[in-house]
Write a protein that binds this ligand. Sequence first.
Ligand code: ADP
Ligand code: ADP
Length: 235
Amino acid sequence: NPALRLNDLRIRYDERTENTPNGVSFDVAPGEVVLLLGPSGCGKSTLALALNGLVPHALAATLSGSVTVNGIRTTDAPVSRLSQEVAMVFQDPDAQIVTGTVFDEVCFGPENLLLPVAEIVERAERALRAVGLWDRRNDNPDILSGGGKQRLAIASALAMDTSILVLDEPTANLDPAGIDDVYAVVRDIAAAGAHTVVLIEHNLDAAIDLVDRVVVLDRSGALAFDGPTREVLAG
Ligand code: ADP
Ligand code: ADP
């Protein structure tokens, strides 16, 4: 079974806009690392939100076709259920921070799952070590660099222990040092093979060497290319 299946997904915010995404179908196999590319405004972020059910509930968009995550149709399950299958990292490092310390921040998601304290602490330590922030655990997240904040957002996603990780332009708001910092972590996650990863970017060069496959949307939100990374590099 695929980890993700999109079947003719179309989302339209209102009558004045086109569908974005516009009839997109593709599967992602468990453990696959996929780069989703496309120009700004083509629907990448909207597609990302659809992967954990946030579009129909939070944005009142019209959605047709279907999205299935680990066999669950996103329109049939509450966001709380989908959050156990798909973890997300967004563009803005500051918008994702909700608590007072780096450690508390990573505990926040697992706490909302009402897990036993020992498991929350164990997950938080594992996630912070994975992104190189264990030594910063008592710091206020506000004093981290932009790259550090995004690594914290990635740790928070890892602490959810989902099989699927979606990163929506995680370096869009970072300086070159921050971009390198975040991609070092993404590279480790991709190489470890424990997650199905969808990495969204508008720039191919940033991520091409750490993904198995590339999916491209065109300006109209339709699927323009879907193939292994080596075909992209060859062509
Ligand atoms: P990105 O292109 O980096 O994914 P956003 O998702 O924030 O950035 O925005 C993409 C486009 O969607 C922008 O052109 C923005 O103006 C538009 N947009 C975002 N939110 C809204 C909204 N609430 N209403 C109308 N347009 C919006
Ligand atoms: P991308 O991530 O590829 O930049 P988005 O998914 O952010 O694209 O946006 C796709 C389209 O939907 C754009 O035309 C954008 O203006 C529109 N859009 C995005 N968010 C909203 C929103 N909240 N309300 C209305 N339109 C939106």
